[in-house]
Unconditional design. Structure first.
Length: 138
């Protein structure tokens, strides 16, 4: 990125296209491969949340919000690994309470992007300030 970084956070993004990579429906237990019904758990999780939480890093600049999955999540999940948002398209930024961390909800035309991270309230404020700097509203 050529722009200065306003904030960089370890985060998980809710990605509706992410699925468990093929071959990961088995777990190692006592040195042998045994099925653990992961496919049913993943299907329930995807239906409940509308996607999978994918771990990585969210980076905010004065004009963009970028998320990239970390290496482990690139291996474990197939599907979308990066999201890049032009802040001029952001309509709203809000905060929801999660179980352990807050969830930053970035409203876009016809979609929402959810980030789960420590310090979510501060990150939400930083995104809202950057959006105001781009187009004066949020």
């Amino acid at each position: 990125m050529d722009e200065p970084v306003i904030a960089s956070k370890l985060a998980s993004a809710l990605v509706n296209q992410a699925v468990l990579a093929p071959g990961l429906e088995f777990a190692l237990d006592n040195g042998g491969r045994i099925p653990v019904g992961t496919d049913q758990v993943v299907k329930w999780f995807q239906q409940f949340y509308g996607g999978m939480w994918v771990g990585g890093r969210a980076v905010l600049t004065p004009s963009r919000l970028h998320f990239a999955a970390n290496q482990l999540n690139r291996i474990v999940h197939s599907g979308t690994h990066e999201v890049d948002i032009d802040l001029r398209e952001v309509m709203d930024v809000s905060l929801r309470q999660g179980w352990v961390t807050g969830i930053v909800v970035v409203g876009l035309p016809g979609a929402e992007l959810w980030f789960r991270c420590l310090g979510a309230g501060t990150f939400r404020d930083q995104i809202a300030d950057a959006v105001r700097g781009c187009h004066g509203r949020v």
